[in-house]
Design a protein around this ligand. Structure first.
Ligand SMILES: C[S@@+](CC[C@H](N)C(=O)[O-])C[C@H]1O[C@@H](n2cnc3c(N)ncnc32)[C@H](O)[C@@H]1O
Length: 508
């Protein structure tokens, strides 16, 4: 029987769907860099340190013709993953209770190897083995995604980690040490608030951030024995020794010096060596975390994106705006992402494209369709297409892609125009809703449920109309001592159903 990892058994890591690790996304980014990776519809995925399968198993569920394998050492995580595999009857997924250091000869090759939140948190021997697995088990056009804490930026977080490690007694149970961490936050906060200096303000900000973060993240990032941030150049040196080469960053904007601003960019843009340039960009940005995409070192990849590829991809996006969009003039206007980030664009075609994509989310549109429909919308609103309109449109779309506000895809999910009369949530959504508060959307994002939406989801078996659902919800709320007007409840049910539908949680 393999050993386990006590700290993870004591305080399990909440593993979530991570859009940046999705094979479809990785494939689109790889294509921009000249690599044609396998389709998400039919690929082999390996996730190392997959925790309870929150990232891996939705992939297996949404892509039944793909094969998903997880390797995980903590017994509790493996049990959690296997329970979901059984509940969903997945015959294309397995989570193996073994260490990354165990032999992998039985596993074969993989089109995608994912290791998120693992590399910096395991001993060096495991890190080396992780890279070795990628070097040996990637298919010829395969992509490895490895994330890790980076220097020098992570030093900022290290400040609080040092304080916590010195205060929280070593060796205790994870949950007890976490409680001690909160005691230290309570002690430090008033003292830090009383000091106007920048260091104290920085520490205060970090404490605020940690108070909002998931407890499992706080423990495993700040109190786990191992947390080894490293420079990008050191990481790449070790990856190179394992037969791997750098393809790109999963957050594309980070690779471009011009994102530092016109004044700062020039000396960075002048650095001829790409890896050196990216290392320097980390210094400039004080970058704390990286998501690196690697390929086999004998693969010929591009060092800059091929922008003609943009026309071969489809796109989806979920941006909204709190102002009236002007489709007639190139005025600068903000669009807002689901997590509150703002993106400024000015070209009416771009604005029209974002409006169309938001309307049809989660459906994607091909480059040509999007452009044609954006042109039609602009014309309809009295806008004219200036001679440089298409050039600006293209530049703005690429920038939105780089900032991940616009997602490239090769999978055109179908959207919905109307709600089914008797909504049915798919099996994954219902299984995840009874297990916790997070459900994986069709676009591999974490849909957070509150008590009300969890209850509604549990009723969506395809037999109930909206008024019937509202009646059931009213009964459930009354049992908790809450009285809600039935019209209000019916309206709330409709809204929640639309949210579920937009996240691809309903069948049919
Ligand atoms: C910080 S968690 C990240 C989990 C998941 N990848 C995510 O991002 O949500 C690290 C995971 O790696 C697992 N792990 C640590 N050492 C391991 C090893 N030697 N072999 C396999 N899994 C390991 C832990 O049990 C834990 O589930």
């Amino acid at each position: 029987m393999p050993p386990t990892l006590d700290s993870y058994d004591d305080l399990p890591y909440e593993s979530l769907p991570l859009a940046d690790t999705h094979p479809d996304y990785l494939r689109a980014i790889a294509r921009l860099y000249g690599v044609e990776a396998a389709s998400a519809q039919s690929c082999r995925v390996l996730e190392l340190g997959c925790a309870g399968g929150g990232n891996l198993l939705p992939l297996a569920w949404y892509f039944p013709n793909s094969q998903c394998t997880g390797v995980e050492l903590a017994r509790g995580h493996v049990d959690e993953a296997n329970a979901l595999i059984t509940a969903l009857g997945l015959n294309n997924a397995q989570v193996l209770h073994r260490s990354i250091t165990d032999p992998t000869d039985d596993l074969g090759e993989f089109d995608y190897i994912i290791a998120h939140g693992v590399f910096s948190w395991v001993p060096r021997s495991v890190q080396d083995r992780l890279l070795e697995i990628c070097g040996k088990h990637l298919t010829p056009q395969g992509i490895a995604y490895i994330s890790y804490n980076t220097l020098p930026g992570w030093h900022v977080r290290g400040l609080l980690r040092d304080a916590l490690l010195s205060y929280c007694a070593p060796g205790g149970r994870a949950s007890e040490r976490l409680a001690q961490a909160h005691t230290l936050f309570d002690l430090l906060e008033p003292a830090l608030r009383a000091q106007p200096n920048l260091d104290a303000q920085l520490a205060l900000k970090e404490i605020e951030y940690l108070r909002r973060a998931a407890p499992s993240y706080v423990y495993h990032e700040y109190l786990e024995d191992i947390n080894e941030p490293l420079h990008f150049s050191a990481f790449m040196q070790r990856a190179t020794s394992a037969g791997l080469a750098y393809l790109a960053d999963a957050e594309p904007w980070t690779m471009f010096p011009d994102t530092l601003g016109a004044e700062a960019a020039a000396p960075f843009a002048a650095i001829p060596d790409r890896l050196q340039q990216e290392q320097m960009l980390d210094l400039a940005r004080l970058r704390k975390f990286r998501r690196s995409l690697l390929v086999r070192s004998n693969l010929k990849a591009r060092t800059t994106p091929d922008l003609t590829v943009l026309e071969t991809l489809s796109y989806f996006s979920e941006l909204s705006s709190d102002e009236e969009i002007d489709l007639s003039h190139p005025t600068q206007q903000d669009f807002i992402g689901p997590s509150g980030n703002r993106y400024s664009v000015s070209q009416p075609l771009t604005k029209a494209a974002l409006m169309l994509l938001a309307m049809h989310y989660p459906q994607a549109m091909s480059w040509d369709t999007l452009q044609q429909r954006a042109e039609a919308l602009v014309t309809e609103h009295g806008g004219s297409l200036a001679h440089d309109a298409l050039h600006t449109y293209r530049t703005e779309l690429f920038s939105l892609l780089a900032y991940q506000a616009l997602r490239p895809t090769l999978e055109t999910e179908t959207g919905i125009d109307s709600l089914p009369e008797r909504a049915c949530a798919h099996a994954l959504a219902r299984a995840q809703a009874v297990r916790g508060r997070i459900v994986a959307s069709v676009r591999h994002t974490a849909v957070e449920l509150d008590a009300l939406s969890t209850t509604l989801l549990s009723y969506l078996d395809g037999t109930r109309s909206v008024p019937e659902l509202a009646t059931l919800m009213a009964t459930a709320l009354q049992a908790q001592g809450q009285e809600v007007d039935s019209a209000v409840l019916e309206n709330a049910c409709m809204q929640m159903l639309w949210t579920f539908a937009r996240q691809g949680l309903l069948t049919g």
